[in-house]
Design a protein around this ligand. Structure first.
Ligand code: URA
Length: 212
């Protein structure tokens, strides 16, 4: 299966998932979206009101701000893959519960494996917690860290930054450094990940010897 087919399969499973109670209040599940070959994957928390209506991630106010942040880094929304740690809306946008995060984690793991991004940007503390358990966002935001064969950058959640005047200049600064971090990640991974093997030009079939 291609990465695109795997992502489509996961989206299908997510749309009918009943692995946790969040499905009970779901209008539309939000599996995530973007190019299967994206270099950058953004992982938020969970769908809000508009995402639950539309089945798409970050389509409300936080999404608009996220698009501004990406534009500042020279990226379009369609260049990156965007998803969440939980795929169904928590009631009244409450924090996802540990059992909800656990129930949804395998979908996210499969999405990460299919996309194999160079950089994962975590948006908010639940997404950060998956990769950097115990870290404090105020201490690590905007700092790229190598985790396994890729890089992770924890960022403030755009909704928190929109509502808290302390975080807004910080998230703007962190995203402004993204092009530089992307260059660093590309250079480091070019050394770590073997270059894709070019398919050999097919050799000419040996001629059949007609012995009879
Ligand atoms: N906030 C999130 O964390 N995810 C969304 O998809 C929308 C808002």
């Amino acid at each position: 299966m291609t990465a695109e087919e795997i992502l489509a399969q996961i989206a299908k499973e997510v749309s009918v998932c009943t692995n946790c109670d969040l499905h009970k209040g779901r209008k539309r599940a939000v599996p995530g979206e973007g190019p299967a070959e994206a270099e950058v994957m953004l992982i938020g928390e969970g769908p809000g009101f508009y995402e639950n209506e539309q089945g798409r991630p970050f389509v409300g106010a936080a999404g608009q701000f996220l698009e501004q942040l990406l534009a500042q880094a020279g990226l379009k929304r369609t260049d990156v893959w965007i998803g969440n740690v939980v795929k169904c809306r928590p009631p009244n946008n409450r924090d996802p519960l540990p059992e909800e995060l656990a129930a949804c984690d395998l979908y996210l793991e499969r999405q990460i494996a299919a996309i194999n991004p160079k950089i994962i940007i975590t948006l908010g503390r639940f997404s950060m917690g998956k990769f950097m358990p115990g870290a404090r966002i105020s201490g690590v935001h905007g700092q790229m860290r190598q985790i396994g064969g890729r890089f992770v950058i924890p960022m403030f959640h755009p909704a928190a930054a929109l509502h808290n005047p302390t975080y807004k200049p910080l998230i703007l600064q962190d995203f402004a450094r993204l092009p530089h971090m992307l260059e660093q990640a590309r250079a480091a991974l070019a050394k770590m990940r073997p270059a894709p093997v070019e398919p050999e030009t097919p050799k000419e079939e040996p001629k059949q010897l007609n012995l009879f």
